[in-house]
Design a protein around this ligand. Structure first.
Ligand code: NDP
Length: 298
């Protein structure tokens, strides 16, 4: 190959990878790996709750693409196994599926125990993503409904952070990334339990960030708008059932909440999670960053 500029070399690599994809020698999922010269999360260990589908799955894949080995955690073993299998097939990293209910401290403790047994140490990065979102009038919000939201969305974040932090403090390096919501910054009808849990996640994020700031650990939250996942599909089904609107109308309604007139993708949320998890993100701490196309402007 003739001597050429860095830009020309990058173009050559890019064209070469496109050719390989077209010839099916490299899958589109793997192509990003081929293009990476410096991987942002090389040799890092990450634990992602709610990693079996949606946003958590996208984050697990994005982390693996950047060189991290990951544990994919949720209650549905079939889903976490499938994600771990996909990752191991596509990337030269390890992926561990773990069954865990973040509402239960024993289950969380077992998951962290199994993580340490498998990888030899605790995670460098924890993504608290497991969540539930149901809507109900406040007057119909009973203790059980309230408890389900608070105990999963906020309690799960507390438990997994609590299980990971001591080792991060010992090592002097760590990343806690909490997937909150724009509902953590604003209120809306029918979501008092969900919004309360996500407001709580932001309070926890900001306070802990201050507590560990000088010890090499950052704690941040990501606040997505409506994301194209099963959770939003269920929301659409709910709107259809309660209002008689068609699914298309319900989807349009959610899209129009964003000035970009669209749902956010799970991959867009994952891209921010990669930045927060990386060395490049070390100056970002105690933040609650919206990925919402501008839906919430303060
Ligand atoms: P999904 O419903 O697609 O995925 C939720 C994940 O959380 C699943 O893997 C689920 O697995 C897991 N989970 C739920 N409860 C528990 C539990 N008790 N223990 C362990 N895992 C659990 O949702 P999304 O991917 O859309 O949402 C992910 C996060 O993003 C949530 O915290 C949500 O609040 C937040 N978010 C989502 C938005 C959206 O529009 N979709 C917008 C803003 C924020 P399993 O059921 O097998 O346990």
């Amino acid at each position: 190959m003739r001597r050429q500029s860095a830009a020309a070399t990058a173009l050559w690599i890019s064209n070469r990878v496109k050719l390989l994809i077209r010839s099916k020698a490299v899958s589109p999922l793997r192509s990003a790996t081929a293009l990476q010269i410096v991987m942002k999360l090389e040799n890092r260990l990450a634990l992602i709750t709610g990693g079996g589908r949606g946003i958590g799955r996208a984050i697990a894949i994005a982390f693996a693409r950047e060189g991290a080995s990951v544990a994919v955690v949720a209650r549905t073993l079939k889903q976490v196994r499938a994600v771990a299998k996909d990752i191991k097939k596509e990337f030269p990293v390890d992926a561990l599926p773990l069954k865990c209910d973040v509402r239960n401290s024993e289950s969380v403790s077992d998951a962290f125990h199994n993580f340490r047994r498998h990888f030899g140490r605790g995670p460098d990065i924890v993504v608290n993503n497991a969540g539930v979102a149901k809507s109900e009038l406040f007057v119909k919000t009973d203790e059980r409904f309230w408890e389900e939201h608070l105990n999963t969305n906020l309690g799960g974040t507390f438990r997994c952070t609590h299980a990971a932090l001591p080792e991060m403090l010992e090592r002097g390096w760590g990343r806690i990334i909490n997937i909150a919501s724009i509902a953590g910054k604003t209120g809306a009808p029918y979501i008092s339990a969900y919004a309360a849990s996500k407001h709580g996640v932001l309070g926890l994020t900001r306070s802990l960030a201050m507590e560990v700031a000088a010890q090499g650990i950052t704690v941040n939250a990501i606040c997505p708008g409506y994301v194209d996942t099963d959770m939003t599909s269920q929301g659409i089904e709910n709107i259809v059932a309660k209002t008689g609107k068609s699914a298309r109308q319900a989807l349009k309604m959610l899209e129009q909440m964003s000035p970009q007139n669209r749902l956010v993708t799970a991959e867009e949320v994952a891209a921010l999670a990669v930045l927060l998890a990386s060395e490049d993100g070390r100056g970002i701490n105690g933040q609650a960053i919206n990925v919402d196309g501008g839906t919430v402007l303060f």
